[in-house]
Design a protein around this ligand. Structure first.
Ligand SMILES: Nc1ncnc2c1ncn2[C@@H]1O[C@H](COP(=O)(O)OP(=O)(O)OP(=O)(O)O)[C@@H](O)[C@H]1O
Length: 668
């Protein structure tokens, strides 16, 4: 057997990369040419626009980022070799040069093992530095070689310093993650994973996978990603475009229900009641109470004719529409259509002619019909219904005290002038869902789902009624007052009670020493979740006690300055109330700092309020006074758990007050 020439092999792979990039450029060139000639070939303006949009998207999808590798792996089967990469690249004759990572064949790249080689004799992983192919690593599965998580290339990827927004993980998706990424479109799944186990990554890659497999269907119905706040959405926003997916909607739950501006704030108690699932029933009852039993016939003068519908058939129409279980607004339209239908029949009978559309429209608007409808099935707007309930929340589902807590003391002059809070907007969305059907997305990914209130979950349920869900979260990171203690409850509110709950346990972010510290908090959080096992043996943890009379902020600055000696991002995470002060200290010390939502900043230091740290990660995290973070809110210990698990490489905990007791008790 000839000796394996490593250099020649590397040179051949580089050559293939160069040729693949050139082929991709030609594919893009062709798409661009089609885009520019689209106008001339399309028969009419509409087709031209459709075609133009399609081609513009195609051009975007074929964008090549020279700093990311076009392929990252190679599969060798007995009869053929395939390179696996971010998207399909074909040569001029249509032969594949790079297989999309989502193609069925590519699956073996993630799943083949010595036990189940799936026909793969050798799996090759490539190492890259800024888009330049620098190394490769082979696993000869047919000779019993398998690296698993000890792959050097995987380790380098996990341990690389974090700069800028989140990146995709296509090159290193792990088998337990791949199982979730490639789950069927019809399957709703809930992923319970400790911090840094790749939940967000899995959710985003699943969206990309489903879009690849069900392109036309999902393009029509849409894919939605729901995240906790705009800083988080900014952080993840580059992942899907890097995978060629440019048309996924990303929103916070607040964005979804933002039918009106927020112009009021609620006290905590009333917020909590408004997010309680009983409010859905309170609203439903208040709405359907509006329907009255018809007590008078309808008589309509129509030229020389007079039409009459008796009370009895009117009652039947209303009863029937009620029983059909339709949204209120749809039911109202039905009642109207049926009343007009009866008038039409009378007219046909008497005149012998079938009246036309204009007549039907006129009958739907004549005063006796309008009055009838307003009396028995009145028109309602979502905001008017919510306002009504808040002005008079009498309902035996709520205690007298709860009713008082949400009651508006003064009626606004008009619905338009009413000032609604963020929680009211969730109620308004619920009311809108009672009135009309919401359009459903084909697939919805919800991140940090442990914090969804029952009413927020229902808002998402309305948007995924005919689609499936990927729910990602960690019960231990629940910080909202209504945070879930059991995924079954959330899944029931989301309308997917049978979704399977799957754990992820291998941690890719947080070093073992830091995980060990954070895990000490778990028993105090009273949730039943599996602990993470960190893949990272590197990393550093330092607890920095500050003497009683010393300056805590100054000591914190020393830690930040020391952190800047290392490569990567630095986050100073503190109780929300300390953030402005710390930012001012940094500025005074000549250290440029940015806010967490500023993903394009040149600054290396971010000052992050504890309340927005969720989902984010930084190489070095300096935590300022944990006791204040814990004291700031009801679920402060959960918040601290979130804060401690943001560190990729190093964590410094600077404290003057005693550390929370749970943290100082070593794990059993
Ligand atoms: N298979 C993988 N290969 C390389 N890196 C990975 C892999 N899986 C996850 N990571 C990286 O680990 C980090 C944590 O991933 P991610 O943010 O998805 O975790 P998470 O479970 O959502 O965490 P949290 O609960 O703290 O929000 C990210 O930097 C991600 O890119």
């Amino acid at each position: 057997m000839p000796a394996f020439d490593l250099d020649a092999e590397l040179a051949a792979e580089r050559q293939h990369l160069t040729e693949s990039r050139a082929a991709l450029a030609r594919m893009r060139g062709r798409a661009e040419a089609l885009y520019f000639t689209g106008d001339q070939v399309a028969g009419d303006a509409y087709t031209a626009e459709q075609l133009g949009r399609h081609m513009a998207r195609r051009v975007l999808e074929l964008a090549d980022d020279p700093t990311t590798p076009l392929f990252f792996g190679r599969l060798e089967f007995e009869e053929a070799k395939y390179h696996v990469g971010r998207r399909h690249v074909t040569d001029d004759s249509g032969e594949p040069m790079v297989l999309d990572w989502r193609a069925p064949l590519s699956r073996s790249f993630y799943r083949a093992s010595v036990r189940d080689p799936q026909g793969v004799s050798t799996r090759r992983r490539f190492g890259f530095v800024k888009g330049v192919l620098t190394s490769f690593e082979d696993e000869h599965l047919d000779r019993g070689e398998e690296l698993g998580t000890s792959s050097r290339i995987l380790t380098a990827e996990i341990e690389r310093p974090r700069v800028g927004p989140m990146r995709d993980i296509v090159a290193t998706i792990q088998p337990e993650q791949d199982e979730l990424v490639r789950a069927d479109l019809a399957d709703s799944i809930c992923v319970q994973g400790a911090p840094g186990t790749g939940k967000t990554a899995v959710g985003l890659h699943r969206a990309a996978f489903l879009l690849y497999l069900h392109r036309e269907r999902l393009r029509r119905s849409g894919v939605l990603i729901v995240g906790p706040n705009t800083a988080f959405l900014g952080y993840i926003s580059a992942v899907l475009p890097a995978l060629g997916e440019v048309e996924v909607k990303q929103a916070t739950v607040d964005d979804l229900v933002a039918r009106l501006p927020v112009r009021a704030t609620d006290p905590e108690k009333s917020t909590n009641i408004k997010h309680d699932v009983r409010m859905s029933e309170v609203l439903r009852k208040a709405l359907w109470r509006k329907i009255a039993k018809p007590s008078q016939p309808i008589t309509v003068s129509d030229g020389s004719y007079r039409w009459r519908i008796d009370t009895e058939p009117l009652r039947r129409i209303v009863d029937e529409a009620r029983r059909e279980g339709l949204p209120y607004g749809v039911g109202r339209d039905r009642v109207l259509a049926r009343v007009v239908g009866l008038l039409q029949r009378q007219s046909e009978y008497r005149t012998g002619n079938s009246p036309g559309e204009p007549w039907l429209r006129r009958m739907a608007k004549v005063a006796p019909v309008k009055e009838f409808l307003e009396t028995v099935w009145p028109a309602v707007t979502p905001e008017a219904l919510v306002m009504e309930v808040l002005l008079d929340p009498a309902d035996d589902l709520l205690t007298a005290e709860e009713q008082e807590a949400i009651r508006w003391s003064k009626a606004p002059k008009t619905v338009k002038s009413a000032k609604f809070s963020a929680a009211d907007l969730v109620l308004i969305d619920e009311a809108a869902g009672l009135l009309e059907r919401e359009t459903s997305f084909g697939h919805v990914v919800v991140d940090e789902a442990q914090d969804l209130s029952p009413m927020q979950a229902r808002a998402i349920a309305r948007r995924s009624e005919h689609g499936s869900l990927t729910l990602l979260g960690d019960l231990a990171q629940g910080t909202a007052p209504w945070a879930a203690a059991d995924w079954r409850d959330t899944l029931a509110h989301l309308g997917k009670p049978d979704a399977s709950v799957v754990p992820l346990t291998i941690g890719f972010r947080v070093p073992a020493a830091v995980v060990e510290l954070a895990n000490r908090l778990l028993p105090a959080l009273r949730v039943d979740v599996p602990e993470a096992v960190s893949l990272r043996r590197d990393g550093d943890l330092s607890i920095v006690p500050v003497a009683e009379h010393a300056d805590l902020d100054a000591e914190t600055l020393v830690e930040v300055t020391a952190a800047l000696e290392h490569e990567g991002s630095v986050a100073l995470i503190a109780a929300d109330t300390a953030v402005d002060r710390l930012r001012a200290h940094l500025t005074a010390a000549g250290i440029e700092s940015a806010t967490p939502d500023d993903v394009d900043t040149e600054a290396r230091v971010f000052v992050v309020p504890a309340s927005v740290a969720k989902g984010l990660e930084y190489d070095h995290v300096v935590v300022h006074e944990p006791a204040d973070i814990v004291a700031a809110e009801q679920r402060g210990l959960n918040r601290l758990y979130v804060v401690l698990t943001r560190a990729v490489s190093r964590l410094s905990v600077v404290h003057q007050k005693p550390l929370p007791e749970a943290l100082t008790t070593a794990a059993a």
